[in-house]
Design a binder for this molecule. Sequence first.
Ligand code: DLL
Length: 433
Amino acid sequence: MIYNMEFETMPREALEAIQLRRLQATVERVYANVTFYREKFKQNKVSPADIRSLDDLQRLPFTTKQDLRDNYPFGMFATPMDLVVRIHASSGTTGQPTVVGYTARDIQTWAQLMARALMAGGADRGDIIHNAYGYGLFTGGLGVHYGAELLGASVIPVSGGNTRRQVMIMKDFGPTILTATPSYSLHLVEVAEEMGVSFKNLKFKFGIFGAEPWSETMRAEIERKLNLVAVDIYGLSEVMGPGVAIECKEAKRGLHIFEDHFIPEIIDPVTLQRLPYGQKGELVFTTITKEAFPVIRYRTRDICSLNPEPCICGRTHLRMSRVTGRSDDMLIIRGVNVFPSQIESVLMDTEGVTPHYQLIVDREGALDVLTVRVEVGEKMFSDEVKQLQAVEKRISHNIKELLGVSASVKLVEPKTIARSEGKAVRVIDNRKL
Ligand code: DLL
């Protein structure tokens, strides 16, 4: 089943026939079992019988994170609790956590999708997978774990944290695949260096990184420092967890969405109209096989575009472009829209600075003030103060050029910005306090 690429290489027409059948069944199920959906459909004067084609999906209302919060914790479950075997929740850093549930079959489907994802990203049954995604309510650790076991690989359930011990394990057990957030992988390298361990002497072939935005420049840096091929994996708890989409190792250009289980759409976040392929907008997902927690037209807030072109790997599934940020990550600084990834791109183009940075926003009087703190490497840190000031000025100038906002840039000593064991915290917005 896992090794069968049948679903991933299916001609479009056959795939769409499966999607329609599964969509119709899902819509019927949520209408029958979830009060929220039934009422929302009624308000929008649409019923399951109206879904006759895939295009009819557009007649259904959207679901938002607020809807999930309003039904906290289990109000959106479509099966009775005695069929729910697992519960996960999002970290809740932006408010109340969102809670999701899985039936035994959902866990099986997730494991299969994660096994398929791991294979697409370079793993196979002979591999040893060092899984540094956090285990717990976060979906990363257990999601990868079940997929890796189903694939038949050996999984080391190391989770996040206790970094020195992780380095020792990497050295002694010889793992061949690393799964972690991109920011944590860079921290692993730092700690390894402190311990006198070089990634050049480790056995990693591929790294499967996700759960937070990262850029092409960051990929180049990770591949060089970790001496492996880095692929991007995407997912979110509301839709399943990791394994919704992944880059194939052959092309590493865009993430194939597992369309036999999820229907993606891109919408304009303001008009809510569907956008054509190639255009960037907000990614929306409808799950078509989930039992306990199906979602209909869930607005992810993630910004990307869809690419229908065939891929050299042979997969026919749509590819989503790298998620460079979320619409709710967007900072508005003196009226200008700023995405942390745009500042990251300026930093990463500056020689001598590291990918460890933080954006701090304050309000002084009526004015928003943006400070960018970024670490420099050891070599640059030993430069004269004057030279460091010149670099600060240059970065500030480039930010102004690109984004039109003034930022005060502070180069800081190596290893002074807190490292995260999971998702990096890039923005501290003191205006919200
Ligand atoms: O982050 C699931 C996951 C675990 C994905 C491990 C990949 C690897 P949540 O905690 O619910 O789930 O966070 C989901 O993280 O809406 C995106 O904003 C962001 N995100 C996830 N993967 C990527 C990625 C997991 N590859 C939220 N690139 C999503 C950019 C990502 N952002």
